[in-house]
Design a protein around this ligand. Structure first.
Ligand code: CP
Length: 320
C-alpha cells in the first residue's frame, strides 16, 4: 500500500512536483514493478488502471517516451488514447479549451511539447485531469526517474555519490539536477558559458537539496568528471534547435565524452545518455559501446519509472 503520509498529486510537470519522500517512493515502486513484470497478467498491478483512459499528445518526435508510456498504460490495465499532432496544441483552439475537452473523456494526458508554461496552463485549466510532462524545452522529469533508478541499480544507495553532466545545460540536465539534489547526490555540470544551467535551476536544486548534496558548475569537462561515479551527456542540439547545429558542434567540441575523459572519472564509472545519441559528437562510439555504458538500461527503466508514476497519480492505493 502507498505510504499514507504521501500527498496525492494531480500532475507531474516537474521533478519538483514531488517532495523527496515521493521521489524515494516512486523509485522503490519502480524497482518493485520491474521485478513483478515477469508475472504478466498475474502481477498485482495488472488491473490497477482498469477502465482508465490516458491520452498521449506528442508535438515532438519520440521513440522511448511514447513507446514506454503506451506499454506502461496497457500493462497496468488502462487504455492509451493516441492524440494526433493535428490537435495543434495552442494553435487550433486555446490550450485551456483542449484541456477542458480532454478532461471530459480521459483521466490523464501525457504531453510532449515545447513550452513548460503551455503545459502549466494546460494543467491549471483542467482540475480533474492528471497531466504528465513527457518532455518540454525546459524539463524532462520522466527521464530523470529512469536515470535515478539506473544509478541505484548499478551503484547502490545514492546519498553522497557524485555524478557529472557534461554538455548542454538543457531539459535533461535540469531534471537530473532536481532529482539528484533531492536524493542527496552531488552533481558537477560542465558546460560552455552561454549553455550553462539556468540560474533559476541552480536555485531550485539548492532549495530542494538534502543530505548536503552540492551542485557545482564548471566550464572545463576534465575538472567536472574527476573522480565521479557516473558521466552523463546528451545531444548538443535538442529538438527545435536544428538551425544552430553547426554552431553547437563547434562550441561543444571540447565537451565530447571520450576514453580520455572517462579515464579521469572513478575506475568503472558509468556512462549515461538519455538517447538518441550522436556518435562522434557528444560521445564516441567506443564509450557508447563500452562495458560501463548503461544507456539501454536507462531506456528500459523509462518503462518502470513511468509505471510507478502512473500508479502514484491514478491509483495511489495500489503499489508497495
Ligand atoms: N530520451 C527520450 O526522451 O527519448 P525519446 O525522445 O525517444 O522519447
Amino acid at each position: 500500500m502507498v505510504d499514507a503520509t504521501l500527498t496525492r498529486r494531480k500532475d507531474f510537470l516537474s521533478i519538483l512536483d514531488f517532495d523527496p519522500p515521493e521521489l524515494d517512493h516512486c523509485l522503490q515502486l519502480a524497482a518493485q514493478l520491474k521485478a513483478d513484470r515477469s508475472l504478466g497478467r498475474q502481477a498485482p498491478t495488472a488491473d490497477a488502471l482498469n477502465g482508465r483512459h490516458v491520452g498521449m499528445l506528442f508535438d515532438k518526435p519520440s521513440l522511448r517516451t511514447r513507446t514506454t508510456f503506451e506499454i506502461a498504460i496497457r500493462e497496468l490495465g488502462g487504455h492509451p488514447v493516441a492524440l494526433q499532432p493535428d490537435v495543434a496544441l495552442g494553435h487550433r483552439e486555446p490550450v485551456a479549451d483542449v484541456a477542458r475537452n480532454l478532461e471530459r473523456w480521459v483521466n490523464a494526458v501525457i504531453i510532449r511539447t515545447f513550452s513548460q508554461y503551455l503545459l502549466q496552463e494546460f494543467a491549471a485549466a483542467a482540475p480533474q485531469l492528471h497531466v504528465v510532462n513527457a518532455l518540454t524545452d525546459q524539463e524532462h522529469p520522466c527521464q530523470a526517474l529512469a536515470d535515478c533508478l539506473t544509478l541505484q541499480e548499478r551503484i547502490g544507495p545514492l546519498r553522497g555519490r557524485t555524478i557529472a553532466y557534461v554538455g548542454d545545460g538543457n531539459n535533461v540536465a535540469t531534471s537530473l539536477v532536481h532529482a539528484a539534489a533531492m536524493l542527496g547526490v552531488h552533481v558537477h555540470v560542465a558546460s560552455p558559458e552561454p549553455y550553462q544551467l539556468p540560474h533559476a535551476v541552480v536555485q531550485q536544486a539548492t532549495a530542494v537539496a538534502r543530505h548536503g548534496a552540492r551542485l557545482r558548475l564548471f566550464t572545463d569537462a576534465a575538472d567536472a568528471v574527476a573522480g565521479v561515479d557516473a558521466v552523463y551527456t546528451d545531444t548538443w542540439t535538442s529538438m527545435g534547435q536544428e538551425a544552430e547545429a553547426d554552431l553547437r558542434r563547434r562550441v561543444f567540441a571540447a565537451y565530447q565524452v571520450n576514453d580520455e575523459l572517462m579515464a579521469l572519472a572513478k575506475p568503472g564509472a558509468l556512462f549515461m545518455h538519455c538517447l538518441p545519441a550522436h556518435r562522434g559528437e557528444e560521445v564516441t562510439a567506443e564509450v557508447f559501446e563500452s562495458e560501463v555504458s548503461v544507456v539501454f538500461e536507462q531506456a528500459e527503466n523509462r518503462l518502470h519509472g513511468q509505471k510507478a508514476l502512473l500508479l502514484m497519480l491514478l491509483a495511489p492505493s495500489v503499489g508497495l
